[in-house]
Design a protein around this ligand. Structure first.
Ligand code: GAL
Length: 330
């Protein structure tokens, strides 16, 4: 009897360790019961943990930046508030908004770098900012803020290529274009600008490198209201991008892109799209939505699920078993 019980509990634990259920559409809570506030998140995988930075929208119009960590993208631990309005730096007045904070680790300096959109109330500043710390949960200091290479810059992201070369990518010149900014070796300044998708008014950019082919996901500019996600591909970041094409449904499953994560397992690599379901129904209750996205040759497909399972070890994902659907089980 005892032996059977031990075997059963081992089997249950083994299953738990192998497959993680990702449930979409709910507010994430920490173990302490606090809402996870890290919207428009940026991610860094290090030492078996996902570090996530993002907007603390519990002060809806003056977000600070929080850092969380997790081993399964579902259970998040607050590491610390890494950027605080009016506190981190005097120049960071209380009227500034920090949006779309993204986290990088520089392999040369060993330092952690945050790039973000650094904005005034009416979005007139159109600036970016860069912070640096000696450890991931360390004291971040403001390195620089302004318009990168003098170019007005709003929604943003970062991208690190396989060779360690990093880029800041943002919506430029009053939301007209996307700007690809090559970063210096220390990741602390922009050194070169390439204008992409001129006049196409795209934002929330995400770049991913899939076996040497770059994919760019982006949305139209419609504030908090979701719209059609589009993508383009190229084998060169600076040129040769295809026309933007639709992917997913007309509202990108009511989300706007923030990141694509690569889960490289022993059997396969799965890519996970991460987006914000803004104002659901309020800004602080904005949901972080995760679902598989696949890239094949020149095409990209989204596989939205309310719930799915992922095996972080093998890299496989599958539909959640029907009896595990919490809603339908009720
Ligand atoms: C969106 C943008 C968000 C935020 C919002 C404010 O278009 O992607 O990051 O700036 O507008 O309305």
């Amino acid at each position: 009897m005892l032996v059977t019980m031990i075997t059963m509990s081992l089997a249950t634990n083994a299953k738990k360790e192998t497959w993680t259920t990702i449930q979409n559409g709910e507010v994430w809570l920490t173990a302490e019961g606090d809402t996870v506030q890290a919207h428009a998140p940026g991610f860094l995988y290090e030492g078996g943990r996902w570090y996530m930075v993002g907007e603390d929208r519990s002060h809806p119009w003056n977000p600070d930046v929080n850092l969380y960590s997790s081993t399964d993208l579902q259970h998040w631990r607050l590491e610390r508030k890494i950027i605080e309005n009016g506190v981190t730096d005097r120049r960071l007045g209380r009227s500034r908004m920090i949006e779309r904070a993204k986290l990088l680790k520089n392999p040369r300096t060993g330092k952690y770098v945050v790039w973000c959109h650094w904005e005034s109330k009416n979005y007139g500043a159109s600036e970016a900012a860069c912070f640096e710390a000696g450890s991931v949960d360390g004291q971040y200091r403001l390195v620089w803020s302004g318009r990168p290479l003098g170019i007005k810059s709003r929604d943003c992201n970062v991208f690190v290529d396989n060779d360690g070369q990093a880029y800041f990518i943002s919506t430029t010149e009053e939301n007209q274009h996307l700007g690809l900014f090559r970063l210096a070796d220390d990741y602390l300044s922009a050194t070169e600008h390439t204008q992409l998708f001129p006049g196409q008014r795209r934002e929330a950019p995400v770049i991913v490198n899939v076996q040497g082919r770059y994919f760019m996901l982006c949305s139209a500019c419609s504030g908090w209201a979701p719209n059609q996600c589009k993508y383009a591909t190229s084998d060169n970041l600076q040129q040769g991008w295809t026309q933007l094409q639709d992917v997913g449904d007309a509202t990108c499953y009511r989300t706007q892109a923030a990141a694509v994560l690569e889960i490289r397992g022993t059997k396969q690599t799965t890519y996970l799209y991460v987006g914000d379901r803004w104002m659901d129904p309020t800004l602080p209750e904005t949901k972080t939505i995760i679902f598989p996205i696949s890239f094949d040759g020149n095409t990209c497909q989204m596989h939205y699920r309310d719930q799915f399972e992922i095996n972080f070890k093998t890299g496989e994902w599958r539909d959640a078993k029907p009896q595990q659907h919490r809603r339908s089980a009720r």
